[in-house]
Design a protein around this ligand. Structure first.
Ligand code: UDP
Ligand code: MG
Length: 314
């Protein structure tokens, strides 16, 4: 039997929270009666500084039934940090922790399979979506492109896996040694190693409420993923610099030849073009380098990645 904890980040989830809690509780009761999980397994909500009634609902749930626990972050830190807080707070309590979103778009009946993989000796079990029918074309296209680009860039993310996964205590212990501030969990977890496996499931629509991941946050996550997992963008700059240098050598030879032939009247267009092209490239390059320097800056500060304000434990 596994002492299983669930880590569920919640941001303004008052509309779905009660519903989700009910479903999870039923699932837990079923797994307990089948002796898959221990009776002291818990369902833990992490309130990521919500502005609505989320925290008071979590408090009520905790008072009603001690299977529910709550962790309140001091302010909104974003999904990744909230989840990290959950994983790091629970790693000393549980044998294994499953992370799942509050809207239960990921199928909770996958828990059983995850647990049996865990019992077969896997330290990490990734939930992988079998299809993306419930997504709009746009979301599907951008999401799949994102996984492909990331893999090309050298970050080994699991295709179509978001943050629905089981991690053993040993894996969490190892993960706690990753101290970086810029976190992209689904790219970092595979770095741990140990035995892992995947389980596939179908993803549902959100139970209620709106997505807390609008396009802006999705782009931010994609950018975060790319720049914190890979130095490929810097390589691209180096290569394009080299190529431009070779082209400019050819241009120099060309203009010297033109000079000796005596045809050096015009040149306005090419001068202007190269000023623009090079200026643009330089700015882009400086911008990307700045991005990494920004990250180094943040990392050297060693700021806490989350601060727990309250922990509803016993
Ligand atoms: N979330 C969070 N902090 C944020 C934004 C989102 O903790 O700043 C949580 C949210 O409550 C949910 C999960 O992250 O449990 C995923 O969000 P959502 O379901 O809205 O994303 P989508 O499924 O649309 O990608
Ligand atoms: Mg969702």
């Amino acid at each position: 039997m596994v002492k299983l904890y669930l880590a569920i980040p919640c941001y303004n989830e008052e509309e779905v929270l009660r519903d989700s809690a009910e479903k999870l509780k039923n699932k837990y009761e079923q797994m307990m009666s089948e002796h898959k999980i221990t009776f002291d397994s818990k369902i833990v909500f992490i309130d990521d500084g919500s502005k609505d009634k989320t925290w008071s609902i979590i408090r009520e749930l905790h008072e009603e039934n001690d299977v529910f626990q709550g962790i309140k972050l001091s302010r909104n830190r974003g999904h990744q940090n909230a989840l990290l807080c959950g994983l790091m707070t629970l790693k000393d309590e549980a044998d294994a922790v499953i992370s799942i979103d509050a809207d239960l778009q990921d199928d909770i009946n996958t828990f059983d399979e995850m647990i049996s993989k865990y019992e077969e000796g896997c330290d990490v079990v990734y939930g992988v979506r079998s299809k993306r029918e419930t997504d709009t074309f746009f979301k599907r296209f951008t999401a799949e492109a994102f996984y492909k680009i990331l893999n090309r860039m050298g970050a080994k993310v699991i295709f179509n896996h978001a943050d629905f996964r089981l991690m053993s205590r040993r894996a969490l212990e190892a993960f706690s040694q990753y101290k970086e501030t810029n976190i992209f969990l689904r790219g970092m977890v595979p770095l741990i190693g140990y035995k892992s496996d995947i389980v596939t499931y179908e993803r549902f629509e959100r139970l209620a409420g709106e997505s807390k991941y609008p396009l802006k946050k999705m782009l931010a996550l994609a950018w975060e993923g790319m720049t914190s997992m890979s130095i490929q963008p810097i390589r691209i700059i180096t290569w394009s610099g080299l190529i431009i240098f070779i082209i400019s050598l050819a241009m120099i030879i060309y203009s010297v030849v033109r000079f000796f032939i005596g045809a050096t009247v015009s040149g306005w267009a090419s001068t202007l073009c190269s000023i623009w092209a090079l200026g643009g490239l330089q700015l882009l390059a400086i911008g990307i380098i700045g991005e990494y320097i920004g990250k180094i800056y943040l990392e050297t500060k060693r700021r806490p990645r989350f601060i727990v304000e309250e922990y509803l434990k016993d």
